[in-house]
Design a protein around this ligand. Structure first.
Ligand code: COA
Length: 383
């Protein structure tokens, strides 16, 4: 196996991008990453695109070929990777495996979703849950995560204020991120008074409905300095599956796929949670951000709420979480998220994160979840 490096990254602005089509967004992200890597498009040997549901959101299937064609990259071999909201994380992982194995040298892994063209995206998003046992009974993603939040509050005494603080920190970070969908600062009171979505989760506990795309370029680590003075090295690429439906779980307050993927990643990188300097976690709802802080091993199970309240996850805290603003405030175009998380950690490691820069970061992690934990991808990167 060869070591792999990232030599280029890019992300479009996330938001309601009425003036940009599905193919415009992914091409913009891809071109940005190609320019960032100082390569020509013709040097790319393969393309993997994370996308959850172009079929339901924009009635377009066969998207990898569509993108290759629109971007002028044919006859590049290309494939769409789907794992609900973890599609981007798995597109990255497939790119890493292609380079590590020696099958390809320069690979682009990207992600894209256009969610705002439909009147009601909720049933499309719910298709990532168990249709027979959950969605068709009327359950939605906010309500699934609301049940997990209720249970965490019951088992560990987690408070509404602690959950709200997770969103407040995300928005503070997003206010320094020009690519974020909701770059406004908010307060705990505003979260607690925002519209109820699924009790106990309110509007400001939820990631938004978003359009956007992101891309990264990978190559063998030994070649990376030909392209850039600041290659970022992939130290671990791990994935695990878990139960799709909540009722099959032993616990509603642990996402086993995260625990298992994290264990594999730490073993692969020969690292422990204390070695990680910053992490982008999958906070599609505030409770999932809190669960991630616990399940990735940064605090003991049940202690996430207190840790967040005490400032541990702030940008200048012990373990900065979501310097980009996270899914909550940077935005969550489903298939693009895992790649956007990677771009943020790369910018942070290179020292290119502007006003939200974490001083002296050497090792960063990304955590990308599909559904309520049917899939988890965890990656570790270093300077
Ligand atoms: N955070 C902050 N503000 C938000 C927001 C969010 N998550 N979602 C919408 N808004 C704002 C809008 O900008 C709009 O503001 P305006 O009135 O000033 O223009 C207002 O709230 C209403 O927006 P609207 O689009 O009508 O909201 P909605 O009620 O249709 O949708 C949610 C709100 C929370 C239901 C929707 O964002 C949602 O479903 N989020 C979860 C997405 C999801 O499940 N992703 C997958 C997770 S695994």
């Amino acid at each position: 196996m060869r070591d792999v490096a990232i030599i280029g990254v890019s992300q479009t602005k996330f938001g309601e991008l009425w003036d940009k089509s599905f193919r415009d967004m992914i091409t913009e992200a891809g071109m940005g990453a190609i320019q960032d890597a100082n390569i020509e498009g013709a040097e790319l040997e393969a393309m993997y695109v994370g996308n959850m549901s172009a079929g339901l959101f924009v009635q377009q299937e066969h998207i990898a070929a569509l993108i290759a064609d629109h971007a002028g990259l044919t006859p590049i071999p290309c494939a769409r990777i789907e794992a609900a909201c973890a599609s981007g994380g798995l597109a990255l992982r497939n790119g890493i495996m292609a380079v590590a194995s020696g099958y390809h040298d320069i690979v682009i892994s990207a992600g894209v979703e256009k969610m705002t063209d439909v009147v009601d995206p909720t049933p499309m998003i719910a298709s990532a849950s168990d249709q027979e046992w959950e969605a068709k009974q009327g359950v939605t993603f906010p309500s699934l995560y609301a049940m997990m939040a209720r249970r965490h509050m019951y088992e560990y005494g987690t408070t509404r204020e602690q959950l709200a603080t997770f969103s407040v920190i995300n928005h503070a970070n997003a206010s320094k991120n020009p690519r974020a969908q909701f770059p406004m600062e908010i307060t705990v009171e505003q979260v607690l008074n925002s519209t109820m979505v699924a009790d106990p989760l309110r509007l400001l506990d939820c990631s938004p409905v978003s359009d956007g795309a992101a891309a990264v370029i990978l190559c063998p680590a030994e070649d990376a300095r030909k392209y850039t003075d600041t290659p970022i090295y992939v130290k671990a690429s791990a994935q695990a599956s878990g139960t799709i439906a909540l009722h099959d779980r032993k616990s509603l307050t642990t996402i086993d796929a995260t625990v298992n993927a994290a264990r594999t990643a730490y073993n692969m990188a020969k690292m422990e949670p204390k070695d990680i300097g910053a992490v982008e976690v999958h906070d599609c709802f505030s409770i999932n951000g809190l669960l991630a802080v616990e399940d990735l091993g940064f605090v003991e199970k049940g202690k996430g709420g207190v840790a967040i309240e005490e400032g541990m996850t702030q940008i200048d805290g012990e373990i900065p979480v979501n310097p980009s603003g996270g899914l909550k405030a940077r935005g969550h175009p489903l298939g693009a998220t895992g790649i956007a998380q990677t771009a943020e950690i790369v910018w942070q490691l290179r020292g290119e994160a502007g006003k939200r820069q974490i001083d002296g970061l050497e090792i960063g992690m990304t955590h990308n979840i599909g559904g309520t934990g049917g899939t988890a991808a965890v990656h570790i990167f270093s300077l």
